[in-house]
Design a protein. Sequence first.
Length: 502
Amino acid sequence: MSSELHDRIQTLLDNKKVGVLTNWNQIWGWLLQAKIAHNRVVTVSELVVHPLDRNGLGVNAYNVHSTLDKVRTMGADTEKLKQSAAFEISSDVVKRDEQLAFMQRLLDAAGGMLAPLSGDERLMTVASGHFSQGCRAVKAGCRTPESNLKDAAGNLNEIHVCGSDAELTKLINVGWNFVIIPEFVESLFPMLPDVAQAALNAEHTAFSMASELQVMAGMHQIMQKGGTEDDAIAAAKTAIPPCNDYIHILADFVSKYTDGDSGRIISYLDAFGKDFGSNKKIGEVFFTAVVQAQFPTNTTTFPLVRSALVATNLVSPKGKISNGIAELLRKTDVANLSSKKQLANVVATENLLREVWAVLEEVRKDGKLIETMCNVLFGKISARTMLFILGKQKDGHEYSQTGAVYETFTHIKEVFLQELQHASKGRFTAPTTEPADSPADKPSASERPVGLASASDPKFIARQAGWKPNTLFVKRDGDAVNELQELTNVGAHFKEQILGPT
């Protein structure tokens, strides 16, 4: 690549005022013109999902089959697949293993609904991911949740799926045209795949639009790299996602309640939701209630209670979904939780979930349990505690499947530990030391996004609200001036100051 072309591409990528679709169309046009990128027909056996696709969350197996069902119903149209793009898998062994490991995690979470890796994979999609994985699933005869696609055994079958649609048969067996970007281009511009996926997934009507969690994952990436909340919002809006009108609410959730630099809460919520069906919309009203809830204590901001509220709605049964929005829990339930009468229950829930989160992070990092199962276990206990303290257990997914009802927090914790022992094949032992993420003594007041430790550290919360040592304050009911000298986890120490002659 010439230095002149390199500089042109970098300048365009650095220009945050240009929309992602404009950026991508300009860049891939330049790469084609320079004969760096090229067009060719790609077979679906060559395709995996790029680790940056949908802001690092990848495809949802249920959405894969839903997309396939829609194409089967409407009829296949190759025109809808134009501008499909893929990046070459790395030739570096370590990098290649990381890229394929991302796809394997999606396969592990899919429970047999996506085709296994075959060794023929050469390219990573940044658009057409759901449809291409659907075609792979047909060729592999995967199980399907879509009644219209099932054969007698409940699986995908090419003859049954395609019927007389010769175009769909051709797409599955022959493939279609892709723009191929060489691996060295991604090495030069590591965020180019992210620009491509944002542009193409926004444009392609044949594929599902970005979910709220996908948008949040993208905003977290920007904040984690030092961007402001406004930077993250501006970048997310360029793709015009369905949640554009309340994107500032999602940004608040990301900056305050998603476990700091790791962003594990976003990836956990997405993965847990995928385990129970296609992407569900939480909606502006409920998300606003969750983010803006004011609890009658300032010892914690309740990040895990808030994530549990979202998790519970992500597994709403079909009867609790209205106009595409999950409504197992509603705005009134959030108001109930933030009342004084529920304070003891909410504090107990936050403490229980914090303890469980630390345990699962430990077994995940030690390799005793795969991340997919950790997500499922934490999602289950989150939904159980929410439905328990709100008195709505019989409305939930678990009750409809097993009839399970929990009487106490202790019962909920005991069941969790039993499930953890079973899932880890007995390799789990209860930790005897404090979790590694216990509140830091002096968290940074400028931390963005806020980590779980800081979110439950009263000193950090006080500093965020403006209570900083060496600052002067006046009581509302008096005129004496007081200097804040020290903050502790149980209170504040003031000293009255004389500023002039009395």
